[in-house]
Ligand binder design. Structure first.
Ligand code: XMP
Length: 522
């Protein structure tokens, strides 16, 4: 049938990766320099599969990873990414013990279980509680009551949190412990939501379930409305990314830490990664600006020897030799990108780096030979860039796309009536002083010479929740796959045909000659 065959004419103009990149070997190309040709399709975008394997034991349901940057990924971001089927890499610009507890928060996050609910003390006044609700703008008024040691004393129900009772003490108004419904963490089992769902069905009119330990210390709160929302979400196409024990997946970044003599601090690296592994980390990422270097290679080797099964991500590189080197050292997934990031100045400061599509092609071919995966890291500003990146890589890493999200670290600030969040390069002076200097080959305590910044400090417009941003990105990826008739990411990589775009073609690709209206925006 003619519909499913490529025409000879198409083959002349729209080339597969090998022919296209070989023909363009004299020029570095990035996302906007190319476009993908459509192909016959019997695939509906909504039926495309987006799951991807980065390493044995590291399988994601969407090919999107949030960057290990101190204004992008801490536990809240990593939880949101994993709940959507992706992965968050917790940054290392913090004390090692803090990184451990960030990883624990992700691994022990039980969706729907509020692990640290707002608690009230028995000798507070109802008036104080009303003030707290007003101050913090809580949308709820029922609170667990605990004593000074965290033991559950009862539940302060919303029915009594009223101005008319303002002068009464909480202890006089609470529903006593005996009448409060509780469950232990152990009883919640492997699927706490199913367990809580069953509980709410069996206990007519009860909307809150408190989680306690054997000594009756409060450990969490589950609400019926959360359980109902999650049960709905479970029917969603892309399931959360979980490990074999049903916990959310999480990765942690580290640098090639050196000791006072400038040697690789093997002991410190091994003890920290050992502690991460104990807490259930699913992968570690040896993250530096120059991954094709002895320090990174040695770190990967040390880790591979000590933890034969641990998925190791390493980078960043932009050459085939770099990929081969890290793969030979034992890395499973390699980060590709030097200088494409929205806050990066590596190419300006150091004059080094390769435009992203060319770098991805060269690295993809080396990675295929070594049987490792690659991650397209940086420079992604729209879903179309992700589709292009996924024609050559197993997943993308985004910083700027998520830095404005509610789940990114940092406060929202209002400037000129608009809301923003801070976003900074890990090679910016501020981030390096906070600890990330090693990533750029500098010493944090190096006061004898100035650090050369390779990144800037910036603002991102507030972008809403990760769910919202990812819904847009995923919609775009699925749409791109539909145009190429690709049912899954493997087919996308096989089928992609490329052509270069002229500057006029780039202008044509964006809305032009109109005044944009947004009447349908919510
Ligand atoms: P996007 O474009 O998603 O890029 O904001 C995020 C990626 O940029 C890298 N990164 C840096 N590169 N100087 C650099 O040259 C920096 O200060 C810097 N900070 C982050 C990193 O790979 C990240 O995932």
């Amino acid at each position: 049938m003619a519909a499913t065959r490529n025409s000879h004419l198409d083959d002349t103009f729209y080339q597969p990766a090998d022919g296209f990149f070989a023909a363009n070997s004299k020029v570095g190309l990035t996302y906007d320099d190319i476009t993908l040709a459509t192909l016959y399709s019997d695939i509906l975008p909504r039926n495309t599969q987006l799951d991807t394997t980065l390493a044995e034991g590291l399988h994601l349901n969407i090919p999107v990873v949030s960057a290990d940057m101190d204004t992008v990924t801490e536990s809240r971001m990593a939880i949101a990414m994993a709940l959507n089927g992706g992965l968050g890499i917790i940054h290392y610009n913090m004390a090692e013990r803090d990184q451990l507890s960030q990883v624990s928060r992700v691994k022990y996050h039980v969706q729907g279980l509020i692990q640290d609910p707002i608690k009230i003390a028995p000798d507070q006044l109802i008036g104080d509680v009303l003030e707290l609700i007003e101050q913090k703008r809580f949308g709820f008024s029922t609170f667990p009551v605990v004593d000074a040691r965290g033991k559950l004393m009862g539940l302060l129900s919303g029915h009594v949190v009223k101005p008319r009772y303002a002068s009464k003490k909480v202890v006089e108004a609470l529903t006593p412990r005996k009448q409060v419904h509780t469950i232990t963490k152990k009883e919640l089992g492997k699927d706490p939501i199913a367990r809580a769902d069953k509980f709410f069905t069996e206990h007519l009119g009860i909307h809150k379930l408190l989680v306690v330990d054997e000594d009756d210390h409060l450990h969490g709160l589950i609400t019926m409305s959360d359980v109902e929302r999650i049960t709905q979400e479970r029917k969603a196409q892309f399931k959360p990314a979980r490990d074999a024990q049903f916990r959310l997946v999480c990765a942690a970044a580290l640098s090639a830490t050196r000791n006072a003599f400038g040697e690789l601090d093997r002991e410190r690296i091994l003890s920290h990664v050992g502690a991460l592994v104990e807490r259930g980390v699913d992968a570690v990422a040896v993250s530096t600006a120059h991954g094709h270097s002895k320090g990174v290679g040695d770190t990967v080797k040390v880790l591979r020897d000590a933890f034969p099964k641990l998925p190791i991500i390493a980078g960043n590189v932009t050459s085939a030799a770099g990929v081969e080197y890290l793969a030979d050292c034992g890395a499973n997934a390699i980060k590709i990108g030097q200088g494409p990031g929205s806050i990066c100045t590596t190419r300006i400061v150091a004059g080094v780096g390769i435009p992203q599509m060319t770098a991805l092609y060269v690295c993809a071919r080396a990675a295929a030979k070594k049987k490792v995966s690659i991650l397209a890291d940086g420079g992604i500003t729209k879903s179309g860039d992700i589709v292009k990146a996924l024609t050559l890589s197993q997943a993308v890493i985004c910083g700027g796309m998520f830095a404005g999200c509610t789940e990114a670290p940092g406060e929202v600030m209002e400037i000129g009536g608009k809301l923003y969040k801070q976003y900074r390069g890990m090679g910016s002076l501020a981030a390096m002083k906070a600890g990330s200097a090693a990533r750029y080959g500098h010493e944090k305590a190096d006061s004898t010479r100035k650090l050369a910044a390779e990144g800037i400090e910036a603002l991102k417009e507030s972008a809403g929740t990760v769910d919202r941003v990812l819904a847009q990105l995923i919609g775009g990826i699925q749409s791109g796959m539909g145009y190429l008739g690709a049912a899954n990411l493997e087919q996308l990589r096989q089928k992609a045909r490329y052509i270069r775009v002229s500057p006029a073609g780039q202008r044509e690709a964006a809305p032009h000659d109109v005044v944009e209206l947004k009447t349908g925006a919510n």
